[in-house]
Design a binder for this molecule. Sequence first.
Ligand code: NDP
Length: 311
Amino acid sequence: MEKIRCLILGSGPAGYTAAIYASRANLSPVLYEGIQPGGQLTTTTEIDNFPGYPNGVSGIQLMEDMKKQAQRFGTDIRFGIATAADLSKRPFRITIDGEKVVEAESLIIATGAKAKYLGIPDETKYAGMGVSACATCDGFFYRRKTVAIVGGGDTACEEAVYLSGLAEKVYMIVRKDFLRASKIMQDTVFKMPNIGILFNHNVTGIYGKEGVEGVHLVKNSGLPNEEKYDLAVDGLFLAIGHEPNSGIFKDYLDTDETGYIITQGSTPLTNIPGVFAAGDVADPVYRQATTAAGSGCKAAIEAERFLSSLD
Ligand code: NDP
């Protein structure tokens, strides 16, 4: 069976940053790219908030650059998805693509998270053409336009406020008659003159020729005949939660009720020595490329400390 000193799962900013640091520390890291090589950033367009790119950079380019940087220091980057894990003892055993099992002395989990989608077929049709699950990534394209954001939690409120500084009008589409967000976020939303909240509403479809031109809405009045109407918007943002890709580790690692891996304080240490979590899989709050990169760096430094403590 193949033995790996430092195994990294995931190829977003956390995984690649961990790989850059781990390879420079001579940990001979092997990185499996996972289900979406390059991670969530490859699904966005232009990234203007990653330091070092004064003119912005495409998500795909940024991830290509990170990959090359990790390869330059010798990271062994492979296609493959971790499909099962046995973290009951060291070396940890990870199954790749349901077939091959590798043994790892240390493990950095950087498997990320995926944004939840509504499940209506039009979402995929308009992905990158007006439908986005990240206001901080794509809001800039809607300056002085009209947008809608679905959700009533802290993320939706935070993103609605962010969008209200760019767009002319922001509609929040909330399926219940209240916001789930913290009181302070609710108050901030209520104060913004250009945010309108459509309570008891659901999006049932999207329309538009070249991109999003509007959404089909249903207002749940509680009466047998629900009110249906169309709302013209230039962009539709989804903020209905994220799902961390932590399922295969849940029998071993402490997670919160959503499945985010719990780490110790601001470190990437999990409840198992030698297993580290970095990036969105352990971050329900910030979820930025820069914060993920930072935590990947920490994870590699901790892996190095852990491995040298064994020598
Ligand atoms: P939440 O799960 O808190 O909220 C999701 C929202 O989306 C809810 O309003 C929910 O409605 C709605 N929703 C879910 N599914 C659908 C659907 N199919 N159709 C329509 N609406 C739907 O997720 P968040 O991402 O907002 O927050 C996750 C966690 O992170 C929370 O604990 C939050 O407090 C925290 N957070 C903290 C921040 C901060 O402190 N600055 C910033 C951002 C997040 P319903 O209420 O009806 O279920």
